[in-house]
Design a protein around this ligand. Structure first.
Ligand SMILES: Nc1ncnc2c1ncn2[C@@H]1O[C@H](COP(=O)(O)OP(=O)(O)OP(=O)(O)O)[C@@H](O)[C@H]1O
Length: 259
């Protein structure tokens, strides 16, 4: 379960270019919820993910994961709870290391217990099996340096690494935005399979409204650092891209009119 309580984050406070990125944002995801997060540029999506991952300390408010208050927990300790896949395929993996070495690194980082370092046969078997679920043949290229993989293969590897230790919360930060449509679909398929099989509590930021509708069980709409609307159940099932766009324009009209 993920709870974001009264999260507030202001950049350059008191200065002329002050930016209120999170304005008392509240959000609760139950265990296994898969929420897509949409909002216009500057709505606060990345700041929200940074706050949950610990990359950014909140000015005020709290982040609670499975009942543990992690607000003050540094990013490296939060890696036991939170996994993240970024938009840039170059960001989640180490280019000069092989696929297997990258997976070992991820395992060491996420592990809740102290692990013995080393690419044992047992580990290689486990990695091979995890990679095989992608259906990309990466399990036969475990000693290939990651620099030789395509963006889509690299992003798929990032996903496998992120979910391998079943994180309490999975953050997907526009993780298919930099891929061509066919590869994006492959990575999204793999995402859906992993999130469903492992029942992961997931937040997926996307600028693609159709993806926001097609994936997950909830849609979270952000505007000006707040959740302005959430859709789930029948409301989500019956929504459409024009309806989502309408919700945003209604909100902007209100803001313009000061309502
Ligand atoms: N490190 C920073 N320093 C200063 N201002 C920032 C910083 N990060 C974000 N902001 C500001 O905070 C606000 C929210 O930004 P954020 O990146 O969270 O929005 P977003 O919804 O992810 O936007 P986008 O869709 O463009 O990625 C914006 O006004 C942005 O300019």
């Amino acid at each position: 379960m993920l709870e974001v309580k009264d999260a507030r984050q202001v950049f350059f406070p008191g200065l002329p270019d002050e930016k209120v990125a999170l304005d008392g944002l509240n959000l609760t995801l139950a265990e296994g919820d898969f929420a897509t997060v949409i909002g216009s540029n500057g709505a606060g999506k990345s700041t929200l993910l940074n706050a949950i991952a610990g990359a950014q300390r909140l000015d005020s408010g709290r982040i609670v994961i499975n009942g543990d208050d992690v607000t003050q927990m540094p990013v490296h300790r939060r890696a036991n709870h939170v996994a993240r896949v970024f938009q840039d395929p170059m960001k989640g993996t180490a280019a000069s290391m092989t696929i297997a070495e990258n997976m070992l690194l991820a395992e060491m980082r996420q592990s809740k217990a102290r692990l013995r370092i080393g690419l044992t046969l047992a580990r290689r078997d486990k990695y091979r099996e995890e990679l095989s679920y992608l259906g990309l043949g990466l399990e036969d290229r475990m000693d290939t340096p990651v620099s030789l993989l395509s963006g889509g293969q690299r992003q798929s590897l990032s996903l496998v690494m992120a979910v391998s230790d079943r994180p309490d919360v999975l953050l997907l930060d526009e993780h298919t935005a930099a891929l061509d449509p066919r590869t994006a679909d492959l990575v999204l398929d793999a995402t859906l399979r992993a999130v469903t099989a492992l029942k992961l509590t997931t937040l997926m930021v996307t600028h693609n409204m159709q993806h926001a509708i097609d994936f997950g069980n909830r849609i979270v709409m952000l505007d000006a650092g707040q959740v302005i609307r959430e859709l789930s159940g029948d409301e989500k099932a019956n929504t459409s891209v024009p309806k989502l766009i309408d919700y945003f324009s209604v909100k902007s009209d209100r803001m313009v009119l000061g309502g």
